[in-house]
Design a protein around this ligand. Structure first.
Ligand SMILES: Nc1nc2c(ncn2[C@@H]2O[C@H](COP(=O)(O)OP(=O)(O)OP(=O)(O)O)[C@@H](O)[C@H]2O)c(=O)[nH]1
Ligand SMILES: [Mg+2]
Length: 766
């Protein structure tokens, strides 16, 4: 038997593994720097077996409960392979403790002696890091019950739901714990059409039927979460095949794409197996292949409508098995499947919450469902839910309480499967988003505190070092001279100008377009015949348009990712270049005395004020229009807005246009040549694909330019700040009075910083 010790810190994403108290060998496959536990834990038993040549292990796991439960699940599965793992858990600090500690530190900083830590940019960075929206995207191919499920999660009928294809707009609902819903309504070009301070179901219905409406931003209460805890956003989408425009289709693809980390509730309604569904599932399968267990956890498959279960005729187990087999046929293995009845949950939370009047048909019917769920053990859907033990515990406690209090509605609600889905969302947030969030927040402090400390240390050294006074002054003047030199400024400007990713983006986007083209030609190759009748030609054309629009939506997701990453790269390179410039400032002055004056270290905190490129980009996806002074008048200018670009690019959809077929000389000929026809069909499609590429390239350039412009201004500000700091140091060196005063101050300020630093670092420990 081998003893294995695993310490996993989900906040820092670090792993330490010891086998029989010895560290891992360098070439061990168990070395997983920078990877989440969930990305490699599945492979643990096999690798252990391979590297230790035994099948008996005792694993001691030091980490959070949720991570421990994943280890436990893997250990359980390993039994089937004859690998025996006994487990011990050393608990770690959980997310909740951390959040409180962070909040306290933030408050203390606001009351502390450092103005630079109270700047709006710091406060914003902190707020951004702590309130990042967490999206739950509800996706399905057809009317499987998306809107009904969202209504059930809202405990309120807000989203229009119907038997036939219904939802036509994208609605994002953000939790704010308020007692009413409000909405902002946008068209395709992101123009605000309407605002509703008090949103109702009737308004939502009208908006949904209005073809000019593209996106509705709603705020209101999502009862199963607390907005202080998670900033949850539920997104209702049209089924991609009845989307009003291709942009919505692209939105669904983007939600599924592995570049997204949001939870996807993939709703299905048996019987499963439509062709469209298979197409969408293939994308899900692709996305689930990357990123290990986290991507598996990200997709929650909701099998809805199971209240229609008939005793003695149906079997829930058999239905779920069919779904599982169907998913496996489409390349999805080990899916998290949750059986539900969204409608029952909604009725319990709305109809039955408001009335007990049996003469009301709705009440009568809803009560029937409650009875059905409570009577049939087979319909206790929570028992099928693939949840970790801690979540199961929460649910069974709730059920136990409901039974004790004879609350049959609450019991049926839990059995309806919607409560387990809510729990699954919460678990995901706790396991992945919250831990990452804590790291982000801590990061917003660490650099700034470090950097403030460097400056205080420099003050101390300068103020006490009589012997090197002249050297210090010379050093500071040297730095200043370089900072002010026109020569240096020109060099820096030139370096920045040289940064250019145009070729890279052209090459990559060409690949993307070629891939898209291939898909379409492949499709045509398969569809065409040497001789085609008019009916066949029309059919071929119709199908081509569907494929073209799919490919187009897919491509726009890839192009958008490309634009995003290019702009990001550009921003990072700029920052890097500025950091190098700071390091350069002291390069030739190193020999001037032992007192260290390091402009880069002193400025690190200020640099990180602008360094959160991720949120910078998020902000810039919204269209912004600003007034800009041009000569002696002002002009309205549009600023970088990714979303707007996306709409424009793919905004015009493929209209079915039968001209090619109509113009053919059918009187003379009975058949049309399939080769010729497909060659003609493909021209406008190709044109459009290339137009998309051109627009993506243009947009990436525009984005890069914008980043350069906005950074150039910031760099000037940073230079000015550095000069100020250097001046202060110089005054300490030349004026004894000032030195004495500053020294006293620096001591207590440094002690305060060290205390904060110790507390911040402790947060990331487990
Ligand atoms: N019996 C039963 N019917 C349901 C359930 N969930 C939804 N429905 C019904 O199924 C139909 C479609 O539901 P919607 O919520 O509109 O489905 P959707 O996925 O939003 O559909 P689209 O917006 O058209 O894509 C409606 O008539 C709902 O009442 C359920 O759990 N059980
Ligand atoms: Mg809907």
């Amino acid at each position: 038997m081998k003893r294995v010790f695993i310490k996993y810190n989900p906040y820092q994403v670090t792993t330490e593994i010891l086998i029989d108290d010895k560290p891992l060998k360098k070439n061990s496959k168990l070395n997983h720097p920078d990877q989440r536990l969930q990305e490699w834990i599945d492979k643990l038993p096999d690798i252990l077996f391979e590297e230790c040549s035994t099948k008996d292990f005792e694993i001691t796991f030091h980490g959070t409960i949720l991570d421990f439960e994943d280890v436990a699940a893997v250990a359980e599965e390993a039994k089937a392979k004859g690998i025996n793992i006994s487990l011990k858990h050393i608990p770690a600090k959980e997310v909740k403790d951390k959040e409180q500690a962070i909040k306290k530190i933030f408050e203390d900083i606001q009351d502390g002696p450092f103005e630079e830590l109270k700047r709006p940019s710091v406060i914003n960075a902190f707020k951004m890091a702590s309130s990042k929206d967490f999206e739950v995207n509800v996706v399905a191919c057809m009317s499987a019950g998306k809107s009904t499920l969202i209504n059930a999660l809202l405990s309120q009928k807000m989203m229009p739901a119907k038997k036939e294809a219904c939802t036509a707009t994208i609605t994002r609902i953000k939790d704010n714990d308020a007692d009413h819903f409000e909405a902002k309504v946008y068209d395709k070009d992101e123009v605000l059409l309407e605002t509703h301070p008090l949103l109702t179901y009737e308004i939502m219905q009208r908006l949904n039927d209005d073809p000019s409406v593209s996106r509705i931003e709603v705020e209101g209460n999502i009862p199963f979460v607390n907005s202080e805890e998670i900033s949850l956003v539920l997104v209702d989408t049209p089924g991609p095949n009845n989307a009003r425009d291709e942009e919505h289709k692209a939105t669904t693809y983007k939600m599924i794409d592995n570049s997204s980390k949001a939870v996807v509730l993939y709703v299905m309604r048996p019987p499963v197996g439509s062709e469209d569904d298979a197409k969408l599932l293939k994308k899900v399968a692709d996305s689930m292949k990357v990123g290990g267990k986290q991507s598996r956890d990200r997709f929650i498959f909701v099998v809805n409508g199971l209240d229609e279960f008939k005793k003695d005729e149906d079997s829930i187990d058999a239905t779920l098995k069919k779904v599982r087999d169907y998913l496996a046929d489409n390349g999805i293995h080990n899916p998290n499947i949750f059986p539900t009845s969204a409608l029952t949950a909604l009725d319990i939370r709305t109809v039955l919450a408001n009335s007990d009047d049996d003469d009301d048909d709705d009440v009568y019917e809803a009560k029937g469902k409650v009875r059905k769920f409570n009577r049939n053990k087979e319909m206790y859907f929570e028992e099928y839910a693939p949840l970790p033990a801690s979540a199961k515990g929460i649910i069974s406690n709730r059920l136990f309480k409901a039974i004790e209090e004879k609350d049959d509605k609450e019991q049926a609600l839990i059995h309806s499967g919607v409560v387990p889905v809510e729990e699954a969302i919460r678990m995901y947030v706790l396991k992945y988003s919250k831990t990452a969030k804590i790291k982000n927040i801590v990061d917003t402090f660490i650099n700034r505190v470090e950097s403030a400390k460097t400056f205080e240390t420099a003050v101390e050294e300068v103020a006490t070092n009589e012997a090197e006074k002249d050297a210090i002054v010379a050093k500071i003047e040297g730095i200043n001279a370089k900072l002010e030199s026109g020569e240096e400024a020109k060099k820096f400007k030139n370096d920045i100008k040289k940064l250019n990713y145009d070729k890279e983006i052209t090459d990559r986007s060409t690949e993307i377009v070629q891939k898209a083209e291939e898909k379409i030609t492949d499709h045509l190759e398969k569809a065409k015949k040497k001789e085609m009748t008019r009916a066949e030609a029309e059919e071929m054309y119709k199908k081509l348009m569907v494929t073209a629009s799919d490919v187009q939506a897919e491509m726009s997701v890839e192009l958008e990712n490309l634009v995003n990453s290019t702009v990001k790269k550009n921003a990072n390179a700029l920052l890097q270049r500025y950091k190098e410039k700071l390091a350069d400032l002291v390069r030739e002055l190193k020999d001037l005395g032992d007192v260290e004056i390091d402009p880069f270290e002193m400025m690190r905190g200020d640099i990180s004020d602008m360094g959160d490129i991720e949120s910078f980009l998020v902000n810039s996806t919204d269209t912004k229009q600003v007034w800009e002074v041009v000569g002696n008048h002002r002009e309205y200018k549009e600023v970088f807005g990714l979303r707007r670009w996306l709409n424009r690019t793919i905004g015009t959809s493929f209209n079915v246009d039968y001209n090619v077929i109509d113009d053919y000389d059918w009187v003379e000929h009975e058949y049309i040549d399939g080769d010729k026809l497909s060659a003609q069909f493909i021209v406008p499609v190709q044109k459009k694909l290339y137009k998309n590429q051109k627009s993506a390239i243009e947009y990436a350039k525009k984005g890069a330019e914008m980043v350069k412009r906005s950074f150039a201004g910031k760099f000037d500000e940073l230079d000015a700040l550095l000069k100020k700091k250097l001046d202060e140091l110089k005054r300490c060196a030349v004026d004894e009075e000032v030195a004495r005063e500053k020294l006293e101050e620096a001591k207590s300020r440094k002690a305060w910083l060290e205390d904060i630093q110790r507390r911040v670092n402790a947060i990331l420990e487990i």
